[in-house]
Structure formats: structure tokens, C-alpha cells
Write a protein that binds this ligand. Sequence first.
Ligand code: BGC
Length: 522
Amino acid sequence: MSLAEAAQAVVAQFEYTDDDVNRGVKEFLRQMDEGLSKDGTSLSQIPTYVTAVPNGTEKGLYMAVDLGGTNFRVCSVKLNGDSTFNITSAKVPVPKELMIAETAEELFAFLALQIKAFLEKHHGDHFEQHIRRRMTMSAPNGFRDENVFRMGFTFSFPVQQMGINKGTLIRWTKGFDIPDAIGKDVCALLQTEIDKLHLPVRVAALVNDTVGTLMAHSYGAPESSGASLGAIFGTGTNGAYLEKLSNIKKTLVGEYDTSTGDMVVNTEWGSFDNQLNVLPVTPWDVALDQQSVNPGLQMYEKRVSGMFLGEILRLAVIDLMKNPDISFFRDDNSGTNDLRSTTDIAETSPIYKAWAVDSTILSIAAGDHTPGLVLLRKGLDDSLQIHAAAYEDARAFQAIAGAIGQRAARLAAVAIAAVVIQTGKLANPDEMIDVGVDGSLVEHYPYFRTMIQEALSKVEGIGSEGAKRIRIGLAEDGSGVGAALIALVAAGMEKHAKNAAAKAAAAVAAASEVSEKVTPAE
Ligand code: BGC
């Protein structure tokens, strides 16, 4: 068997046909429905207590922080009310030891310190003024309520939400593992650390990055009736959409506004089909899952998102390298290598180390159309320390990487198709269906969106006409602007609750006045 044939046999295992896509969509719709009716299902379908998407006229200055993967980001966002915004932000990497810390406090204390540093640097006046005022004010925490920044907290892990700013962590994903935090309210954890530093900040809203993406895309596209879906295809993957309240059959414990008849639902689709009813399974998917920190969970995410594609590729490539019948990244003399030297793989190459292959090499492979695959061979050299790879080897590598990327894009189409069908918007032939997407994979993997569109056109109930109406656009800054927008919604809810409480207190006072007046007459 030639190398090309052996590589083709690997490629074939990643094939995900139109029939597979359609089976996937049907099962996705079934699991969505199941998730709306009870807790503890594979697709969590978490109600977010956000009951409307913005229309671009929202205004104000809000803070937003974002913890979702490798970095922590702090920003302040000025919403201008005309679909535009100004954002100031700072980003720091989350130290590895805090991702797997003993206690949640260690991580959250670090986050609060970053918020303090940001306020000092970018809102120094406001900060100083309020620290001074704090000494003289009698308000709780020493701040006048109107001077406290409302902050949206983008926390991109599965959380059971109990209200717009309250939610307990269900499980960690994407390599985080702090068991102490499971079951705790993550807003309270952050607020406690913020209060220890006496910062004028209130965690007003808890936001999944997909919900932020949905909100930001709606704010920025006022000509449409709002985005139908916000989705992330980055380190992890997930989606959020607007669902009819009447379809949410499970109990909603928190308070929310019923007037729109809708609520944003965070699907947590990374865990779609953990039971593997329809997801494709290759030997490399099995091996990856077994060596992961959460075997049996996030099974869809493990086939689709950036954190995993590099590792699937690594496992498949290593297997092929071990095949004694073929020569892959091995040549005995420079005559077999068009670079006139023999291939050499450094002992320290990421190809020999679990989780060490970054998925950017898949993007490089997919984007290389040069005749000699010079870009990919340079990429193999630079990032995998595979020096002087032969053209045939690079070609085989490209074919396998391409198959993994294409399967991921077609699986991504399964989730998008199911959500679009669920929203019912396909029924109106004149309506465009906006999908806001964000994440390194969808931004940088060449033709990822094109491959999704192609697969969408093959879905029964969508077809090529329907697919043309599904407009997949990059969402601008979901975790910043989206979180700010939800903080704004939350501030509105606070005001509403305060007015209602004031009205209730006035009614009680009036009633007691009446009874006082009545009593003497009796
Ligand atoms: C998390 C989601 C998140 C997604 C994208 C997943 O691992 O479970 O909550 O939205 O990653 O960041």
C-alpha cells in the first residue's frame, strides 16, 4: 500500500456524509426537545433569564469581564445607542496553576485583582473619587448605588442559571479542573473577591459567551429582527438561541419578564449526544476521549472545537507513522526527498506529546495551495519540529488534517441547522436568518463557513434555498459588548424590581394608614 492510499484510508474514516448530517440534525432536534423538558439531559438547554435581544438603541457605560479559556479579559463598554460602541479592554493569560487550583478562591481572587488594575488604569478618576467617597457614604459597601459599575460576567462553562446574575457551576470544560467550585454560585464567588478589594463594581449579569455573541450580533445588525443564534467555534463550542417560553417545559426558578414570550436558551451543545447515538466514532476519537480529563462528556465538542482537533490529528498521524508497511515522515536518503535532505523529527516534537499539537496547523494545511506545499512544510518545521518533510508526506498530512477539519465543519452545520429549524424562521421565505459566530476556528480555519453552508444546503427542510437565507456572520466582540448589553438588561430589571418594591411598600404604608384611620372609628 502506498502512503497516499494509506492516508486515504484514514481520510475515509472521517467522512461525514449528507445522510449522516441529516441523521445528526434529527437527533439534535430530539435532544433539544428533551433538554427543554427536564434537567440532567445530554444537551442541557439552560434557560438564561434573558428574555429579549437588543435592537441597537441601547446606551450607557458598563463593565464586562470574560473567563472562557486561556485568557481573562476585562473591559468597559460604552454603548452609543446607534448600533456602535467604544470598548477599552485588557487581557491577561490565566496562570495554568489557577486552572487546576485547589480552591475556587485562588482563581476568583486573581480575577478581582485584574479588575482592580483595570479600573485604576482606565477609570482612575472614577475609581479614586469613589474610594474617597466610600469613606463618607453610608450606602452598603460604602458606595452610592448610582456610582457602582454594573458588570456583565461572561463565564463560558456550563452553569445552572437561577436568575440573570446567579448560577451554579455544573462542570468545568476546556482543561479547567477546580472541583471545589462545582455547585457554587460563580457570581457570588467573584463578588466576594471584588468586595474584599472594596471595588465599586456589582456583578449584575452572568453571561455565557454564546449568549453574549447572540446579543452583540443583534445590537450590531439592527436592520434584521435580531440574530437567531449565537455560536462559538473556538477552543470550545456552544450555541444560544431565542426559544419560546411555552416550549420551555422544565421549571424556571428565577424571576424574569414574561412580556416578550421568549427566553434565550444556552444549549451547551458541546455535550450533544454524549451517548453516541449518532456522532461519528473513529479509533482516534476513542483514544482522545479516554485520555481527556472528562471522558464521556463534551463528546460533540471533542469532534468539533479547536482544543481537540490538533490532538485527533496527532493521534491519527502517529498511527500512520507506526505503520511498518509505509514510509511516512521517514526517508532513507535525500534522493527520496525533494528538499535534498532527509526528514528529521526532533525528539521534543509536539507530535510525540499528548495535547501538544495546536490546531492552527490544520488551518495552515487547509490554506496551503502552493504547488510544493511550501507553507505547510514550513509550518511542520516551525511548529511541529518535523524538519525537511517530503512533499508526499506533507500531502498525506494535509489530506488527513483536511478530513478532520471538514468533519468538524459538517458537524457544526448539524447544530446550526437544528437550531434554525427549531426557531421556525424558515417558514417565512422573505426573512433572512442571522447567525452570529465567534471563535478562532470559524475565524481562522479557511473555508469553515463555506463548508458549513454547503452542508446546510443538504439538510432536509432547509435545502439550497433555505441555506441561502442563513447568513453566518462574525459577531463583533460578543464577550465584551454582549455582556455589557446583558448588564444593561439586568440594571433595568433591578430598577423595575426597586420600583415594584417601592410601590409595594407605599401600598403597605397606605394600607396601614387606612387601618390606623379606621381603627379609632371602630
Ligand atoms: C462550554 C460552553 C462555552 C463553549 C465555548 C464549552 O466548553 O461548556 O459554556 O460556551 O465552550 O466557549
